[in-house]
Design a protein around this ligand. Structure first.
Ligand code: ATP
Ligand code: ZN
Length: 283
């Protein structure tokens, strides 16, 4: 049995549960439960505050956890990041009042910085040889400059709209973060086996998200050119169409080369191009 810690409620909860679901792991999600058990995988899920997850994992109360890198690095516990999960993207940034004259990190010298991330903020200041006073507050950090509590903040940003509505401007990014899977360092062989099984599924889900299934019709005289544009998992599938002189070509395209490839396929004579999401992909 593997014990997994996920955020009880908040920004990472839904995506964490969705990932488990996409991995084919059935969780009956009792809203106010502290823990629950998967119906078809030897997995127990604990619902916790994200800040507590590194500690629980370090202590092996939970074997693995899903938490933001920002929290992992702030808590600075000896847990190991085993996989980046591709959701919960944000950055930890310094921001000051929009009217403030900010030229470089040196502008923070002697200032008061409000943050929920004292460790990472101090580390950043030390690296830049800046002396500033850190005010640790646990929430609503963005209002600190407005009420005269601080001159600057160091807080998580995603779209930047919270900064904007509070009259702040982002001046430095000190960390880019996303949700990660962490584990403790005392794994035994059977726990590792279960983790490998889970990772195998996570990889299949991530890979599928980064790829699309593509079907198109190609005139036979253009087949070679069209096939040369398609990487596929091995090589594309080519089937004759009822219409003589035409073939149907099936392949897989990665998200990042997708639009470029579609244009070139069209230019090469491909017609009736269909693009379909892939649910799981195992290489
Ligand atoms: P908890 O009650 O579990 O302590 P919280 O209020 O500390 O929750 P949330 O605001 O739910 O935490 O954020 C959880 C995580 O989501 C963050 O640690 C971060 O990794 C990620 N995240 C992504 N975008 C943002 C954002 N714009 N602001 C804050 N966190 C973000
Ligand atoms: Zn928290």
């Amino acid at each position: 049995m593997l014990k997994l810690a996920v955020q009880k409620s908040g920004r990472l909860h839904d995506d964490s549960m969705r990932l488990l679901k996409e991995c084919g792991i059935g969780i009956s999600n009792g809203a106010n439960k502290l823990k629950t058990e998967a119906s078809n995988f030897p997995l127990q899920v604990f619902f916790l505050r994200d800040d507590d997850i590194p500690q629980y994992v370090e202590d092996a109360v939970a074997d693995i956890g899903i938490v933001g890198e920002n929290v992992v690095y702030e808590k600075n516990k000896p847990v190991e990041i085993v996989e980046k999960l591709g959701f919960g993207a944000c950055r930890l940034s310094i921001a000051v009042a929009r009217g403030e004259n900010y030229t470089s990190v040196q502008s923070l010298e002697g200032k008061r910085i409000a943050t929920s991330y004292p460790f990472l903020t101090q580390q950043f200041l030390a690296k830049n040889k800046v002396n500033a006073e850190i005010h640790e507050i646990s929430g609503s950090v963005e209002i600190a400059p407005g009420i005269g509590l601080a001159d600057a903040i160091c807080d998580l940003v995603s779209s930047g709209s919270t900064l904007l509505t509070n009259g702040l401007k982002e001046t430095e990014t000190i960390l880019n973060s996303e949700a990660v899977l962490v584990r403790h360092k005392k794994f035994n062989a059977s726990q590792q086996q279960l983790l490998d099984k889970l990772l195998f599924r996570i990889h299949a889900v991530k890979k599928a998200k980064n790829n699309k299934y593509i079907l198109l019709n190609a005139p036979n005289e253009k087949l070679n050119e069209i096939i040369s544009l398609l990487p596929g998992m091995k090589s594309p599938t080519v089937l004759p169409l009822a219409d003589k002189g035409w073939s149907s070509v099936h392949s897989v395209l990665s998200e990042d080369e997708f639009w470029d490839k579609i244009e070139r396929l069209k230019a090469a004579g491909a017609q009736g191009i269909l693009v379909i999401p892939i649910e799981k992909m195992v290489m």
